[in-house]
Design a protein around this ligand. Sequence first.
Ligand code: ZN
Length: 431
Amino acid sequence: MSDCIEDLLGFLSEATTPFHAVTALSQRLQAAGFVAVDTVDRAGLVPGRGYFLTRNDSSLIAFRVGEQPVEAGLRLVGAHTDSPNLSVKPNPIKQRHGVVQLAVDVYGGALLNPWFDRDLSLAGRVNFVDEHGQLCSRLIDFRRPVAVVPSLAIHLDREANNGRSVNPQKDILPVLLTVENDGDSGRHFSFPALLAAQVRAQYPEYEEVRVLDFEMSLYDSQAPAVIGLEGDFIASARLDNLLSCHAGLRSLLAADANQWSLLVCNDHEEVGSASAVGAQGPMLTEVLDSLVDSDAQGRQLRANARLLSVDNAHAVHPNFSDRHDDNHGPLLNGGPVIKINRNQRYATSGKGAALLRLLAERADVPVQTFVVRTDLGCGSTIGPITAAETGIETIDLGVPTLAMHSVRELAGSRDPNYLEALLTGFYNRLA
Ligand code: ZN
């Protein structure tokens, strides 16, 4: 297994929520000598050094300071930290029929059927008051299967294989444990108390933890793995889009330290990007503005910058190949996919695609091309949103994936290496 794939599997396993993804990215940046800052102070930036900042613990921007003026040509890579999941409701506990269940919301466009019969764990951010009356916020992750959503047996639904639909309000509540009695006479299970105990287990420095609020979600505890007869596949949750965050990070770390390069990883792509820390928020433009002295320089920066918006693409599915246009069916392990949509659901222009094809030739990386079937609606990415917010020429691309938005997605095990080589070549101005 290549170093890139081994590192990717470790990252996917650590990054169980966008908060944990940003922590994992931050740790790797810090280990590589990047300096954590709250805001960018242009005067204090040292050429050859790297800096990074985070927002809401769930979005991150990291950049290297080049020797040339930044407006001469900044190279940016963008990706998103969030993935569809089951998110725990504020008052989640349902105690009935001898079990304690959690009420959940669906975050983003999740495929719901794959969530049944999985060994689920819980992770997220807990906001609490400590023994000194201080408001605190800490990330927790149970790191073990604590819940499951059991399927309804076929004997109780003979039509189950004829397109069973899932009602997200009532069909997918996970069970946590069994209890002897329901209702008032039984043991009352407190979700905040469960979270408080987990905070204290992970952060023993807190003597008292009174939970005020939380952002917790469920994830599949099965570890990411390389699978297939000859190891051709990677199976994992959150490949969309942590695979791209990971490739962006490794490329930034490998990039020429004397050139301007930037990585932006935004939360909230799966729900439209319109948030304080999403791609439609001010985070990236604020950083870009703080890298220049004047509006004129800012306009020059944007005119000369290029952004690769990296997000997984749909590989052609062998059982459903008619869902792709005949001439545009990307294959697993066939290399990164340039995504084109003339209606601007993807930002790629012909000029941008040409730049990328030349870059791929020089980096010795195969690339493929995707357009959606003319009679199907097209998904989107942070690409068009970031392009619209910043005016920067943007190219949408990503590795081919199957089972996108499932709790366990499938990618090719050679594509992450290709993507990393391509992004590194982009940062290093191979084209
Ligand atoms: Zn995505």
